[in-house]
Design a protein around this ligand. Sequence first.
Ligand code: B1M
Length: 214
Amino acid sequence: MTDLNLLYEAILKGKQKSAVELTNAALADNVEPKLLIDEYMIKAMGEVGLRFENQEIFVPELLMAGRAMKASLNILQPIMKNSGQKTSIGKVVIGTVKGDLHDIGKNLVASMLEGCGFEVIDIGIDMDSEKFVEAVREHNADVLGLSALLTTTMPYMKTVIDALRDAGLRDKVKIVVGGAPISAGFASEIGADGYGETANSAVTAVKNLLGLGK
Ligand code: B1M
């Protein structure tokens, strides 16, 4: 049996090759991807954040940990995606807002939604309001998901919501926001329809807004 604490350590230390090998070994042991992500990988990134905050590590280590996490997620995401239904139960456009390059959490939300049967159009990171408006219009989205990890970029979520209103699209699309600095209070303050603290709760929020139950 693979020692899963080694996966935690590999991500914490930014050892991409080990993280990939340990992820593959855990899958060969039939460990559920969700357990790997929730109990080891996300926790490792949390510790990375703490160490960065305490100035025990710096941007290069942050980058390396991010790369190791992404490399492992790249292995797990197709598996999570294939566990979903074949026909779409709703269309979600998702992206990280302008000025923000963090995409690990957003990617996780996207693959959980896909795994639950949604069609997801991921427009990427550092997206301005025009791009969000264009994507919602082009894809006739049921839901728009906005992600932000920085306290400096979270106010831009309101800019996107205002732009949708100005484009006459606000009533046609439900908006769900999330990311480490976002709270339910902030979500309602800026006029979003829903909030997800984690990727799981983002899926629940989307389902509730579309009347799909749990
Ligand atoms: Co950045 N960074 N970073 N970083 N980084 C944070 C966010 C920070 C909290 C670290 C710290 O100081 N403790 C801090 C922000 C402080 C603040 O704003 N108050 C910070 C900083 C300061 C910075 C830079 C400014 C550093 C610098 O250059 N001096 C810089 C900014 C770059 C920019 O964006 N313009 C920067 C850069 C980076 C890297 C590029 C090196 C890298 C990102 C790699 C990547 O994403 N491809 C990085 C990383 C890795 C982090 C930490 C360590 C980890 C983020 C992560 O991936 N977590 C982070 C510390 C932390 O969060 N503890 C930190 C794992 C991921 C699964 O969780 O993204 O929270 P998370 O997503 C969760 C939920 O939030 C939620 O679901 C996910 C799964 O449960 N969620 C949603 C996310 N989006 C959602 C959307 C939803 C619903 C739920 O609905 C649509």
